[in-house]
Design a protein around this ligand. Sequence first.
Ligand SMILES: [Mg+2]
Length: 266
Amino acid sequence: MGKGYLIDMDGVIYRGSEPIPGAAEFIGWLQSTRVPYLFLTNNSCYTALDVVVKLRKFDIETTTDHVYTSAMATAEFVHKQKPAATAFVIGEGGLLKALNDAGIAVSRERADYVIVGEGRVLNFELVEQAHRLIASGSRLISTNADTWCPTDNGPRPGCGAIVALLESATGRTAYHVGKPNPFMMRAARKRIGLATDEVTMIGDTMETDIRGATDLGFESILVLTGSSQPETLDQFPYAPTRVVTSIAELVPGRHRAARISEMHFG
Ligand SMILES: [Mg+2]
């Protein structure tokens, strides 16, 4: 396998508010052996700092430079397309901060882009304003195409579902920046500083993690602790390089034993 890892979080590191056993050990092994890694998430609600603080609850100590969200990728994309653009945003703090950090101002009037992200802020007034802006020339972008997201209480509609409403109303098609878009996958590879054949993507979703890795020529490891079931893998025209039951399988034996003895005696 490669020399560094892009790691999806939901369904790989945790599920809702529950950590997945072995995740903290795997990240600890990467850190102790200085293997490059980057958490890669399509969830645009949170800032990199929010993610770092969330991971701490699961015994994972990391820093913001190890986090790359679809909100950050979207801000990078828009900045490259049109520096100092303005945007009308239906999304949460992670998206608003990423856009501002990239020099993109948020505006309710005459915005260059309508940008939709994950979150619970949706109301009809926002959709109506977005519709009018798109009708008068704003370009439609979304942070990710996921139509649903898992939560502790079951599924909820995702960014892709919200943007589908606007696509249906306006007749325009959105550009989705998040995984599997090669824009985000390539930006992540550059951030981690590795060549294509040195990167392995670890994820739980065929349509995003494994598809994105396949498109870019990365190796990929599918974990079965999230959205994929082994009996459905045949339905896809592409396959991961490797399938494991969980991230715990990727922890080398000696490191696992050392962590367990640390827990018992240290
Ligand atoms: Mg996932």
